[in-house]
Design a protein around this ligand. Structure first.
Ligand code: GAL
Length: 419
C-alpha cells in the first residue's frame, strides 16, 4: 500500500514538474544523430537524461560515421519511405531544404515562450528559420580550425608547435625522424575536406575562403592560390601512416592521446575524446588554432529539426526536447563534454576549460573582424551538391598522383555543374 502511494505521488510530482507546472503527456522522440564516439555519446546522453527526467522517452537512432554523411543518407531514405524519425541532427542550408519539402514542425511557440530570438546570435537564428519561422533548434558552436598536439611527442622529437604550414612540415620531419607518426590522419573524404578548408582559410586568407568555399566561384577555384592550397594538403600526406585510409576521426585522436602521433587537424569535437580519456589541456595535450588561422573561426553549428507528427504526446516530447536544448543546464553540461561552446549567449565561462575559453574569445573577435566563416566541410556554407563536388575532387586528388593544377581545374568544373 505504502509503496503504491509513494509511486503515485512521484508520478504526480513528475507531472507537475515539467513545463513550468503544467501537466504534460509523456511521449516518445526518436532521435537520429551520428554522435557515437566516446566523447559524443557521453555528451548526447545528457539530453536523453534531461528528457527522460521530464517523463518522456528517448528512442536512440544513432548512425555511426563522422561528419554525418551516412546519417544523412539514412535520414533521406527514411523520409522517402514516409517514415522519418521525430527528430534529426541536420545542419546549415539543409534545414531549408527539409522545410521546403513541408516536413518540419514549426517551433515558434517554444521559441517565443523561451525567448530564443534574444538568446541566440541572429546569424545562427536565421539559419534555424524558414520563411521567418523556427524549424530547427541549435545546440552548440564548433570550431573547425584546430590543431591537437601531444606535447610529449613534440618534446621527444625536439619539435616546436607550428604556426605556419611550413613550420608544420619542419616539426613533422623531426617527429618522423624520432620514430613517431607526425600527423594522425583520417582518410575519409569528409575529414580530408575538413583539413582542406582549414588550409584554404589559412593559406588563401578569409576573402579567398569566402569566394571559394562559400560562394563557390569557379574562377577563384581554378586559380594559383587554390593550387598552392592543394599542394599544401598533399605535402602533409608523407607525414601520415599507412593506417590512415578509412580511419575514423576518433581513432586518430586516440593516437595523439596515446602518444603514438604528434598532431591532428580536426574540429573541437576531438576535445571530447581527450575529456572522455581524462586528459587535461595544457598538461596532456595542447589545443591551438591550426596553422595560419589563429584569427579565423570556421564555424559549425549542430542543430536538430523536428518532423511533423500527429500524435499529441510525441509533439509534446518534441517541444520539451527543443526547449531543453537551449536551457542553461544542457548548454553547459553538453558543451563542456562535447568540446564546443554554448550557442546560448550570456552563459558563464567558469565551467569551461582553456580551449573553450579561447574559442569563446576568438568567436567574438572573428565576428568583429569579419573572419568568422561557415564551414563548407560541415555543411554550413553550400548546398550538399557543391560540397559533394569539393569532396570528390579533393579525395580524387589526395588519393592519386593528379597534379594540383588539374585538380583545381576539375574542382571548378565540378562545382560549376553542381550549381
Ligand atoms: C561534425 C559535427 C560534430 C561532430 C563531428 C564528428 O559534423 O558537427 O558534432 O560530431 O561531425 O562526427
Amino acid at each position: 500500500m505504502k509503496k503504491g502511494f509513494v509511486l503515485l505521488a512521484l508520478i504526480f510530482c513528475a507531472g507537475l514538474l515539467f513545463a513550468g507546472g503544467q501537466k504534460t503527456t509523456a511521449g516518445e522522440v526518436e532521435v537520429l544523430h551520428w554522435w557515437t564516439s566516446g566523447g559524443e555519446a557521453a555528451s548526447v546522453a545528457v539530453l536523453k537524461e534531461l528528457l527522460e527526467a521530464e517523463g518522456h522517452r528517448w528512442k536512440d537512432f544513432a548512425v555511426a560515421g563522422g561528419g554525418g554523411d551516412q546519417a544523412m543518407t539514412v535520414l533521406r531514405s527514411r523520409a522517402v519511405a514516409g517514415n522519418p524519425p521525430t527528430a534529426a541532427q541536420v545542419k546549415g542550408p539543409q534545414i531549408q531544404d527539409w522545410a521546403e519539402e513541408g516536413l518540419l514542425t514549426n517551433l515558434d511557440d517554444v521559441a517565443k515562450a523561451e525567448n530564443w530570438d534574444n538568446l541566440i546570435p541572429k546569424v545562427i537564428a536565421d539559419i534555424m528559420k524558414y520563411q521567418g519561422h523556427y524549424v530547427a533548434v541549435p545546440v552548440n558552436v564548433h570550431r573547425i580550425n584546430w590543431m591537437w598536439v601531444n606535447p610529449t611527442v613534440f618534446e621527444k622529437a625536439g619539435a616546436d608547435i607550428p604556426k605556419t604550414w611550413a613550420e608544420a612540415e619542419v616539426a613533422a620531419k623531426k617527429i618522423k625522424a624520432a620514430g613517431m607518426i607526425p600527423v594522425a590522419w583520417t582518410g575519409q573524404p569528409w575529414a580530408e575536406i575538413t583539413v582542406f578548408e582549414t588550409i584554404v582559410a589559412g593559406v588563401g586568407g578569409t576573402d579567398f575562403y569566402k569566394k571559394t568555399m562559400v560562394q563557390a566561384n569557379p574562377a577563384d577555384i581554378n586559380s594559383p592560390t587554390m593550387v598552392k592550397c592543394l599542394e599544401t594538403l598533399k605535402r602533409m600526406k608523407q607525414y601520415t601512416d599507412p593506417g590512415a585510409p578509412g580511419r575514423d576521426w576518433n581513432l586518430a585522436t586516440a593516437m595523439v592521446i596515446r602518444g603514438e602521433a604528434g598532431m591532428q587537424f580536426m574540429g573541437d569535437w576531438a576535445k571530447g575524446e581527450f575529456i572522455a580519456a581524462g586528459k587535461k589541456p595544457d598538461v596532456d595535450y595542447i589545443a591551438v588554432a591550426a596553422p595560419e588561422t589563429s584569427k579565423q573561426f570556421l564555424f559549425n553549428v549542430d542543430s536538430f529539426i523536428m518532423f511533423e507528427v500527429k500524435d499529441k504526446a510525441a509533439k509534446e516530447a518534441q517541444k520539451a526536447m527543443a526547449r531543453l536544448i537551449l536551457e542553461p543546464k544542457f548548454q553547459e553540461v553538453f558543451n563542456v563534454n562535447k568540446g564546443s561552446i554554448p550557442v546560448r549567449m550570456g552563459m558563464p565561462e567558469t565551467p569551461f576549460d582553456i580551449p573553450a575559453r579561447l574559442s569563446m574569445k576568438d568567436f567574438v573577435a572573428s565576428a568583429k573582424s569579419g573572419d568568422l566563416v561557415p564551414s563548407m566541410a560541415h555543411e554550413m556554407a553550400t548546398s550538399r551538391a557543391i560540397r559533394g563536388a569539393f569532396m570528390d575532387t579533393v579525395a580524387a586528388f589526395y588519393n592519386s598522383d593528379m597534379s594540383a593544377q588539374d585538380a583545381a581545374a576539375q574542382m571548378a568544373k565540378a562545382v560549376q555543374s553542381a550549381k
